[in-house]
Write a protein that binds this ligand. Sequence first.
Ligand SMILES: CC(C)(COP(=O)(O)OP(=O)(O)OC[C@H]1O[C@@H](n2cnc3c(N)ncnc32)[C@H](O)[C@@H]1OP(=O)(O)O)[C@@H](O)C(=O)NCCC(=O)NCCS
Length: 147
Amino acid sequence: MKLIRASIDDLNELAAFERRCFSDEDWRLNRRAFSYHLKRENYLIKAELNGALAGYALVFTAKNRDWARLYALGVDSAYYRRGIGAALLTNAIEYAKKLGKKRLFLEVRIDNAAAIALYKKFAFRKIALIKAYYPLGADGLKMNLEL
Ligand SMILES: CC(C)(COP(=O)(O)OP(=O)(O)OC[C@H]1O[C@@H](n2cnc3c(N)ncnc32)[C@H](O)[C@@H]1OP(=O)(O)O)[C@@H](O)C(=O)NCCC(=O)NCCS
């Protein structure tokens, strides 16, 4: 498995992956959103397995802010529980630390047990409940990691 920073050439592959990886219950990024993040130089790291996209993480940063936001993290369901999500999250945390950010926060669907277990393993803490945050009305949890 290789971790590679994404470029604008990856737009189509990322948009197709997003449709497979996330459901209608989630906020999905479309091609235009990926284009925005890549042009803005937000950090998008891909996990490649045998030359195919197996997952990605996207970190939103802003100058003059002491925090970063984990905007998305997804793994191809064919490769769940092989450490890819953890590898992407480790890489995203290291990136935010390298930029000198003091904390990394994210939102996760309250019924997304797999993701919540992963974030807890990395010492993220629940800091808020966001009512009806998701498109079909599910609540979100805001979680934070002090870096
Ligand atoms: C959440 C997600 C990224 C995890 O990816 P993954 O590559 O399967 O995760 P890993 O193999 O690195 O798992 C690391 C740890 O997370 C936890 N974990 C992952 N999946 C889990 C599950 N289904 N149930 C319980 N714990 C789970 C475990 O602690 C696991 O460690 P272990 O396998 O040693 O027990 C993946 O399930 C996914 O892409 N889901 C759909 C998209 C999504 O929900 N993204 C998060 C949005 S906030």
